[in-house]
Ligand binder design. Structure first.
Ligand SMILES: C[S@@+](CC[C@H](N)C(=O)[O-])C[C@H]1O[C@@H](n2cnc3c(N)ncnc32)[C@H](O)[C@@H]1O
Length: 193
């Protein structure tokens, strides 16, 4: 049976973008973060090491098993086996959703964004990836995945957030399984107005 993403990426280094994200977080905000779709917990580990209390959720049972074992002795770690749409967001200064938010179906997507927005205080940071319109998954399954162009992405967030960082990658890169795919993907860091 194919391994889950969490199993394939267990004990990998955190994503470097997380360090960029922390550079935008004001020092006066409480060190409380939520990692959405946390997988094996590689970003969780880094946030714990930086002194954060970390709430994390993932709908995958393998991710749950890995995180509950990996962080058994971490007293600033709170895991929930939830989906984006039914996760009860608590107030947090930082919310990350790396390579996970684009799995949320369109009919839930805007409610999820609303919940994320409500959970952040002024100057709170939300960092995520969203797919561009030319991503291979959009072309294969246009009814499953939501894709954006740069203007649509800006319009999606600009009412409530300052877009402090935006990167747009369009190239073939491997999935965690090693399979190549064409990625058209945005990385955004947003600061709540
Ligand atoms: C590609 S992995 C990314 C994991 C980690 N955030 C990272 O950056 O490496 C996507 C993760 O999101 C989880 N996921 C996908 N759809 C989800 C949903 N609707 N609700 C919660 N978790 C979800 C998957 O189980 C998986 O662990």
């Amino acid at each position: 049976m194919q391994k889950s993403f969490a199993e394939q990426t267990l004990y990998m280094r955190h994503r470097p973008i997380l360090e960029v994200v922390l550079g935008y977080l004001n020092d006066d905000l409480p060190k409380v973060a939520i990692d959405c779709g946390c997988g094996a917990g590689n970003e969780v580990q880094f946030l714990l090491d930086q002194g954060f209390t970390v709430y994390a959720f993932d709908q995958s049972k393998q991710a749950e098993e890995i995180c509950r074992t990996r962080f058994k002795y971490a007293n600033r770690f709170i895991f929930s086996n939830n989906s984006f749409h039914d996760y009860p967001f608590v107030e947090a200064s930082l919310i990350t959703a790396f390579f996970s938010l684009f799995f949320v179906p369109e009919k839930q997507f805007f409610d999820v964004l609303e919940n994320i927005k409500k959970a952040l205080p002024k100057n709170g940071i939300f960092a995520c990836n969203l797919l561009g319109i030319n991503d291979a998954w959009i072309e294969e399954s246009p009814h499953v995945f939501l894709g954006f162009n740069e203007q649509q992405l800006k319009d999606l967030f600009s009412e409530y957030f300052d877009i402090v960082y935006l990167d747009h990658l369009q190239e073939e890169r491997p999935l965690a399984s090693g399979l190549m795919k064409f990625w058209d993907i945005f990385t955004v860091i947003l600061k709540k107005k």
